[in-house]
Design a protein. Structure first.
Length: 420
């Protein structure tokens, strides 16, 4: 049995490229000669000079998709009519993304389709899944792993197109409706859909109930990361706080990620205005990822900007926040469990899975700023011993379920079942 993972070049970033990077690193041995597994090649080194980082490469690609939706930068954003037109900018943008994704996956896609290439085409984006369905041979199976907690057209049109609009409104746009229907049809035609957990499927069903009616083999494979233990860094907490200009005498929470609307950063920022006075409830929030110039000024807010060594931030802070509006099973939260950090989670989608796996977390039921503010007050008020108990629970959760070796073992069990 030959299984070919098909996706973008491997890189230590989020999404399919980062997932496959972690999986390939863990796939160091095989226990059976009856199975061969291949992966995409790594991101090629720059021909000369340092070149862009992998994160910059990913952002540049997404920026190109955004320009395809909105056109060149302009002072006036497009009015609703430009997005409500059938066959308009959203449709053109999606067609451009289809081409870009297939082209990016060609180094792994072409060998898999070649004669004697692969039996199972394990694809990691919906556009390549459709490409393979239309070109597979009778002996091929197409497995699709979803890496987004919402339909791809909603993710692109909302997060990279019109982030100021409500996602429910965007789902009513004619082109969005048509592409969601297209994605559901692709799900129905593949041989297997793979999600990290059942709760992740709830997120897709929330955007469109038809995802619940897709009659296809479903498998659930928890994600993982090879992020090493941070024991050495944890001993340098005071120096790390000096490095990041974090207070030594107050609790520090951390938001790690981008400012895309599905991540819920806006409601965290709104909640800061509702907190009691720092003299009554001390504590600050360090935000890693967004451009500091894009964030408001607030005495409790410490913008860190882009951070390449996220482990040092995790070692310096007391807890980590994930208040996604949609949650698949975030890598940043897995990294927080690897660092042994307490979590403040919005109890939705894959975040509920972290809770059920025993991660040390406090959950909020909704994203009203008042609710998030109450969650922050709870986290800021935890004693040193209480933080340690939650942190140990997160670390135990990571070691039991979320290492890259555990992730690879789960893949092997699925592969062996396919061989059988």
């Amino acid at each position: 049995m030959k299984i070919a993972h098909i996706g973008p070049p491997l890189a230590r970033i989020g999404g399919p490229a980062g997932y496959l990077y972690q999986l390939q690193r863990a796939a160091h041995s095989r226990v059976s000669d009856s199975l061969r597994v291949t992966f995409p090649p790594p991101v090629p080194p720059a021909a000369s000079g340092p070149g862009p980082t992998r994160v910059q490469h990913a952002r540049r690609l997404l920026g190109r998709w955004k320009r395809q939706l909105l056109g060149p930068p302009q002072f006036a954003r497009p009015l609703g009519a430009t997005l409500l037109k059938e066959g308009g900018r959203i449709d053109r943008m999606l067609k451009g993304v289809v081409h870009a994704c297939v082209e990016e996956a060609t180094p792994s896609l072409s060998p898999a389709l070649a004669e004697n290439g692969a039996d199972i085409l394990f694809v990691h984006d919906i556009f390549c899944a459709d490409f393979l369905i239309r070109r597979r041979q009778p002996h091929h199976q197409v497995w699709f792993m979803a890496h987004n907690p919402m339909p791809m057209v909603l993710y692109l049109a909302w997060n990279w197109g019109v982030p100021e609009r409500n996602w429910r409104e965007i789902l009513t746009f004619p082109d969005v409706q048509r592409w969601v229907t297209w994605e559901i049809e692709v799900w129905r035609q593949v041989d297997r859909v793979v999600l990290p957990c059942r709760e992740a499927g709830e997120e897709l069903q929330r955007s469109d109930p038809r995802f619940a009616d897709v009659n296809v083999n479903m498998s659930y494979l928890l994600s993982g990361t090879s992020e090493p233990p941070l024991g050495a860094l944890a001993g340098e907490r005071h120096s790390l706080r000096h490095r990041w200009q974090l207070p030594l005498d107050a609790p520090v929470g951390s938001y790690v990620g981008n400012a895309q609307p599905y991540r819920g950063l806006d409601t965290v920022l709104a909640s800061l205005r509702l907190l009691p006075q720092p003299a009554d409830v001390p504590g600050v929030l360090a935000v890693a990822g967004p451009d500091p110039e894009s964030l408001p000024r607030h005495p409790r807010l410490l913008p860190l900007g882009y951070v390449s060594e996220i482990g040092s931030v995790l070692a310096a802070v007391d807890f980590v926040i994930n208040v996604n509006r949609f949650s698949l099973f975030d890598l940043s939260t897995i990294e927080a469990t690897a660092a042994g950090k307490p979590l403040l989670l919005h109890a939705i989608g894959g975040n509920k899975t972290f809770r059920d796996l025993g991660a040390g977390c406090i959950c909020v039921p909704d994203l009203n700023p008042e609710t998030v503010a109450d969650g922050l007050v709870t986290m800021f008020g935890l004693s040193h011993d209480q933080l340690n108990v939650l942190g140990r629970a997160s670390r135990n959760c990571y070691e039991a379920y979320l290492t890259s070796e555990r992730m690879w073992e789960r893949h092997l069990r699925l592969y062996d079942a396919a061989v059988s």
